[in-house]
Write a protein that binds this ligand. Structure first.
Ligand code: XIL
Length: 359
């Protein structure tokens, strides 16, 4: 096995351009394995047949998550049907390449099928539907999916519980009762697969702000009362090219101090693009790399931060382009041709330096 010092030497030579990028020798995955850290990415089942996609994926990552394949709108095309084909494909790929699988997600206000969102169900019906869905999906993937985002994005920017079909429109029976419906989902999830780690996953609550305070308070309350929760997923879709790194570190540390794990779950760092699809500012790829570096370092600094996952890995396939209507993009560590960007080098360097930051 290559020593850390020799890895860093080789990396330095690659970064200054003396030797070409040696895919097989150095990878994010190899570097993360040293610290038993999970380095993952969101994947699209349809892309697994693309040779370069599959090759980069299995070389660079030891964990995957379905970008969409395990969401309600794909798993539940209609009320009576469970369709696990895409999710199963992702699991098969992971198993063939010795990768772990994160599950995403069992309850979210968005990405629900029409029949559910517009179905005008009563709270009692919704409660049954949700309980049954959690049980069915988790049992199907028991032993294959090691951790689930049980609840996704349930809070708004003020830290209040968001309106949703599950909470209060009409909800599963706990409308107006704050986080009680979230608690119920976690209890059902533990019942369905006692081995799986159960995560609350959230956006824009990564730094210290009202939302992250609310997440913290909820998890502290759950832990005190024995509500089954094992971790918090910090999404980290970064779209401003500035990140309060100290705030992120402090937030990771306080969550970990509650005795739950932290996973960075959806990291991407988008930059403004011109109409032709080029970076508007020439330094942005470097600033982007700096943010990736800070996030990896912040995670490595807390032993409770056990996984870092990017939301895709190549600019060829990323949700940012469509969600920003082309105004932003180039958010991921590999470019459209699967070549490493400065961000890739930064992540690799930090992972190689490891938890104790050996250099
Ligand atoms: C996004 C996917 O990337 C898209 O393919 C899909 O069309 C919409 O959802 N937060 C989440 C993810 O938790 O599920 C979202 O994924 C991105 C924001």
């Amino acid at each position: 096995m290559r020593t850390r010092a020799s890895q860093i030497r080789t990396l330095a030579l690659i970064l200054v351009g003396f030797i070409p990028f040696p895919g097989e020798l150095l990878s994010l995955r190899n570097a993360a394995d040293h610290d038993s850290l999970l380095i993952g990415t969101a994947v699209r089942a349809a892309q697994l047949s693309e040779i370069r996609y599959a090759a980069s994926l299995s070389r660079e990552f030891n964990m995957v998550e379905s970008e969409d394949a395990m969401k309600w709108w794909i798993v539940r095309p209609n009320q009576g049907t469970f369709d696990f084909r895409q999710g199963d494909e992702v699991v098969r790929f992971a198993q063939a390449h010795g990768m772990k699988v994160r599950g995403h997600c069992l309850l979210w206000a968005r990405d629900n099928p029409e029949w559910l969102a517009q179905g005008h169900f009563t709270p009692a019906q919704l409660s049954l539907l949700l309980r049954d869905h959690i049980a069915h999906v988790m049992k199907h993937y028991a032993g294959q999916v090691f951790a689930w985002d049980v609840v996704n994005e349930a809070l708004d920017e003020n830290g209040d519980v968001r309106d949703s079909i599950w909470y209060d429109r009409p909800g599963i029976g706990f409308a107006g009762k704050g986080t009680r419906y979230i608690e119920q989902a976690f209890r059902w999830a533990r019942e369905a697969d006692p081995q799986a780690l159960l995560f609350y996953n959230e956006a824009e609550g990564e730094e210290l702000n009202r939302k992250s305070d609310a997440i913290y308070d909820m998890v502290r309350d759950f832990k005190r009362r024995g509500v089954p929760i094992d971790g918090v997923g910090l999404q980290l879709h970064v779209s401003k090219l500035n990140l309060d790194v100290a705030g992120l570190q402090a937030n990771i540390a306080r969550i970990a101090a509650l005795g739950v794990q932290v996973h960075i779950t959806e990291l991407d760092v988008s930059i403004p693009l011109s109409l032709e699809g080029n970076p508007v500012n020439k330094d942005d790829l470097i600033r982007q790399a700096q943010i990736y570096r800070s996030v990896v370092r912040a995670c490595l600094q807390s032993s409770g931060c056990t996984a870092i996952q990017t939301w895709g890995f190549t600019d060829k396939h990323s949700w940012v382009g469509s969600s920003s209507h082309g105004a932003r993009g180039m958010a991921l560590p590999l470019d459209r041709a699967y070549q490493p960007k400065p961000a890739y080098g930064a992540i690799l360097e930090e992972l190689s330096a490891g938890r104790n930051h050996k250099r």
